[in-house]
Design a protein around this ligand. Structure first.
Ligand SMILES: [Zn+2]
Length: 328
């Protein structure tokens, strides 16, 4: 099937300043991520999206602007920013060193199987798995070959694009261990990867640091002071939306701590007691369960891998709870 369909365009390319583009997926929800393209004397693609079809659309755009793509950067390990790498496997691909290990945390074969089961034997799946499978339906994971960065860095990398400076700054562990920003200091444009979600509920997984995430948002606001921010998910934004995310994280964290210290230990119970009315219109507010669950684990200094089934169950229960409470 794949490649034979006449796919409709799924990415919108917006020129932010001369020869610097945001590549925004038109749909929103799980897996619809953004990338960026800088076409100066040297050219850079920031992230390759979730599947070959999306990556090819990025490649077509790149090819329409330049005959030579110099660099690809991965801002972190998640599939939705690097499973398109195979389309660029002959290129220099740069990423934080932790990606070489952490990519194993996500598996396209599992997602593909989940989608197949949802189609053929939906009764075998629980409500949350069905929800995930439905959300993943637009993507094609049947032919994903994982291609990893071939140049890695630890803290910071400055790239000279001849007529523009481009910095890659490691700021994890926050959303993931390897989170990196792609920063254009002369133009004050930031490709934030998943350090910034805009109008999307962020995801904070066990084993990372929410306090560090908040600190790094402060670093963006106070030190980098970008004029334009391309978030990992959601529309292009500015400092205000970075502060909105900061508020969400600090609010959720402080509510969680208060409730936890008052004796409430169950993440589901805590979530139900946090009033997130201000954030209900962000994509998938029920992700609060993942955030609270991980905040508790951080508090308890538990670093072991999260229990995916337990988290999925919690997210599903929160969705049902919000549906009922807010008549969604
Ligand atoms: Zn991500």
């Amino acid at each position: 099937m794949f490649g034979k369909k006449n796919h409709k365009k799924q990415i919108e390319f917006i020129e932010l300043k001369k020869d610097i583009y945001a590549c925004l997926t038109i749909e929103s929800g799980i897996g619809w991520s953004n990338s960026g393209f800088i076409n100066k004397k040297k050219s850079v693609l920031v992230d390759t999206m979730y599947d070959v079809q999306l990556a090819n659309e990025l490649k077509d755009f790149v090819n329409s602007k330049t005959s030579n793509l110099d660099y690809v950067i991965n801002t972190h390990y998640n599939g939705d920013v690097m499973w398109g790498n195979q389309v660029f496997e002959d290129n220099i691909i740069i990423g934080h060193e932790s990606i070489l290990e952490d990519y194993k945390l996500e598996n396209p074969i599992y997602f593909n199987k989940l989608k197949e089961t949802a189609k053929n034997n939906p009764k075998e799946l629980n409500r949350q798995e069905l929800f995930l499978a439905q959300n993943l339906e637009p993507f094609d994971f049947s032919n994903i070959k994982i291609v990893l960065p071939n140049i890695t860095f630890k803290k910071r990398m400055t790239m000279d694009l001849e007529d523009l400076k481009c910095e890659i700054i490691h700021v994890g562990p926050a959303h993931t261990r390897g989170d990196s920003l792609v920063w254009l200091p002369d133009e004050k444009i930031l490709f934030a990867g998943d350090i910034v979600f805009n109008k999307y509920t962020p995801i904070f997984w066990v084993g990372r640091s929410v306090n560090n995430w908040i600190e790094k948002l402060d670093f963006i606001v106070n030190k980098l002071k970008p004029e334009i921010v391309v978030p990992g998910h959601g529309p292009i934004c500015k400092i205000k939306e970075v502060l909105d995310l900061r508020d969400y994280l600090t609010y959720t964290l402080s509510e969680t701590l208060t409730l936890y210290n008052n004796g409430m230990k169950d993440p589901l119970e805590i979530c139900k007691n946090i009033n997130i009315r201000d954030y209900l219109d962000w994509v998938q507010p029920e992700r609060i369960y993942i955030n609270v669950y991980s905040m508790i684990k951080e508090l308890e200094k538990v670093k072991t891998p999260f229990d995916f089934k337990e988290i999925s169950r919690g997210v599903d229960l929160m969705r049902a709870y919000f549906d009922e409470k807010y008549n969604r």
